[in-house]
Design a binder for this molecule. Structure first.
Ligand code: ZN
Length: 194
């Protein structure tokens, strides 16, 4: 199946986000980075493609220029693939205890020890996840079954209290990046205009 249509910038509609539900990463990434059943975490990768975010390391960076040329993908933009690089590249981010229906942006979750509250930065520890939050729902990539899913914010949090927090809410940290998303001035991926 061909990859989805070009991503919608800024704040996509509920319907646009719903079009991703049930898709696996091979149907989302035109570069072919990521396979069903692989060990990679594709949550940031999905968000990157859905919102056209190219901050930090991208899926395009995973391929050599000769290979990109051969595949006819040399002028295509890649999508961010790392949760911490994405969070740390954005402005208007904050630690959050609660979310409301009015929140539109990205919701991040990690273990308490992987968040530097003083500097508001997420670390590299593997237990970290990101989704798109809108209308009280979260669209995110379920790495367990390799599909995009949509959960209520409440369900999303309870999934990660169990998965990351050993059942305790205090063991996880939630953060929020507000839309429209802007970055701190980090250059977008290198080598794209050659
Ligand atoms: Zn990709």
């Amino acid at each position: 199946m061909a990859p989805l249509a070009p991503p919608v910038p800024k704040s996509p509609s509920h319907e646009t986000l719903d079009q991703y539900v049930g898709k696996n990463i091979t149907q989302i990434c035109q570069f072919g980075f990521g396979k069903v059943g692989d060990t990679a975490n594709h949550c940031a990768h999905f968000v990157g493609h859905a919102l056209a975010l190219s901050f930090g390391t991208t899926c395009r960076n995973m391929f050599s220029l000769p290979n990109l040329k051969k595949a006819g993908l040399i002028y295509e933009s890649g999508a961010s693939i790392r949760v911490n690089e994405l969070y740390n590249a954005l402005t208007d981010t904050e630690y959050r205890d609660d979310f409301s229906e009015a929140d539109i942006g990205l919701i991040f979750v990690t273990v308490t020890g992987n968040y530097d509250r003083k500097n508001n930065r997420i670390g590299e520890f593997t237990k970290k996840h990101v989704g798109i939050i809108k209308n009280g729902n979260v669209w995110h990539y379920g790495n367990g079954n390799d599909r995009v899913r949509c959960d209520s914010v409440k369900t999303f949090i309870s999934i990660f209290v169990l998965a990351y927090g050993q059942g305790k809410r205090k063991n996880i940290i939630l953060c929020f990046a507000k839309m429209p998303l802007t970055n701190v001035g980090m250059p977008v991926e290198e080598g794209i205009w050659i």
